[in-house]
Design a protein around this ligand. Structure first.
Ligand code: CO
Length: 148
């Protein structure tokens, strides 16, 4: 595994839309392993592929029970409720904003082998997954900042 450089806010790559993943190969697994090491080193709870320079639709999330969730081609099928809480981002050091997110989501995604899953997530887990999925569409958390 290797530590990758995290792209910082201001780099145009963070504003681009990522492309769908079609190859579930050893390269994808290697990048996912590197992302985990990179996220841990940076003390984060989520990291999306564009943040390390790949415009592909995948990300990793650390859920509240410390479970690692790898999401490839994630799609939020349903959202319900609302929650507002502070967020930060490894690409935007030192910046924190209150962001409006759904309270619950229903997520469809693939794992690193291409197997499809559907899962319901709430509270913190819904925030992390929404934040990382937004990265795949070039959206940064402060775009959704709200003032309390
Ligand atoms: Co982020």
């Amino acid at each position: 595994m290797a530590i990758r450089n995290i792209v910082k806010d201001g780099d145009p790559i963070l504003r681009k839309k990522s492309r769908i993943v079609t190859d579930f190969d050893s390269k994808l697994s290697r990048i996912l392993d590197d992302m985990l090491e990179t996220m841990k080193r940076a003390d984060g709870v989520g990291l999306a592929a564009p943040q390390i320079g790949f415009l592909r639709r995948f990300a990793i999330c650390e859920l509240k029970n410390n479970e690692l969730l790898e999401i490839v081609n994630p799609e939020i099928l349903e959202k319900s409720g609302e929650q507002i809480g502070p967020e930060g981002c490894l690409s935007c050091p030192k910046r924190s904003e209150d962001v409006l997110r759904p309270k619950r989501i229903k997520l469809k995604y693939q794992d690193r082998y291409g197997n499809e899953h559907i899962r319901e997530l709430e509270d913190f887990d819904a925030v992390v997954v929404s934040h990382e999925t937004d990265h795949l569409d070039g959206i940064l958390f402060y775009d959704k900042a709200v003032t309390k």
